[in-house]
Design a protein around this ligand. Structure first.
Ligand code: CA
Ligand code: CA
Ligand code: CA
Ligand code: CA
Length: 171
């Protein structure tokens, strides 16, 4: 997170805190609060969203029905940017270059509006919302993998209410 070559930790706390934990190189950590008002923060995923060389953060903030990103100024200070303010029950978000155009997009699941979407990044942190499914029953977790080996990333979703794991093959 601070570009010093060791791996830090990022956390989301449902009570309302997004933070990163700075590794001193010997796995001793100092906590830095990024957002103390992220009510219902459920999931964070690090990614260089704006391609300026530092790690930013995607976050799913359930009680604010929001998918957001935090821009790193390069020194470990962060600013808040909303991607989707109608992500009811925002549950998880994954930073991944879903369309393989060189920038990190945001794949997101919202449990209360039964939606799995991806937000296409234009490379500068501006997003276009693309629905993958709006009728999956209670999506919680998600991940990507190219299951049929056609060089396109497919999506696996854990649909909690349905008791199913659902696969979306990318066309
Ligand atoms: Ca570090
Ligand atoms: Ca960045
Ligand atoms: Ca992309
Ligand atoms: Ca595939």
């Amino acid at each position: 997170m601070n570009g010093d070559g060791d791996l830090d930790i990022v956390t989301a706390s449902f009570g309302g805190q997004v933070a990163w934990h700075e590794n001193n190189g010997n796995e001793q950590f100092t906590k830095h609060v990024i957002d103390a008002k992220a009510r219902g923060a459920y999931y964070v995923s690090p990614a260089d969203v704006d391609r300026d060389g530092d790690m930013d953060l995607y976050a799913a903030i359930r009680r604010m029905s929001a998918i957001v990103w935090y821009r790193n100024d390069g020194g470990g200070k962060f600013s808040y940017h909303v991607i989707d303010s109608k992500a009811h029950g925002a549950r998880s978000v994954l930073g991944v270059d879903f369309d393989k155009d060189g920038d990190m997009d945001a794949l997101a699941a919202s449990v209360d509006n039964d939606s799995v979407v991806w937000h296409r990044n234009d490379g500068h942190g501006n997003f276009t919302r693309v629905v993958i499914d709006s009728k999956v029953n209670g999506p919680y977790g998600l991940t990507v993998v190219d299951l049929n080996k056609d060089n396109k990333l497919d999506v696996l979703v854990a649909a909690n209410m349905a008791g199913q794991v659902v696969l979306y093959l990318r066309k």
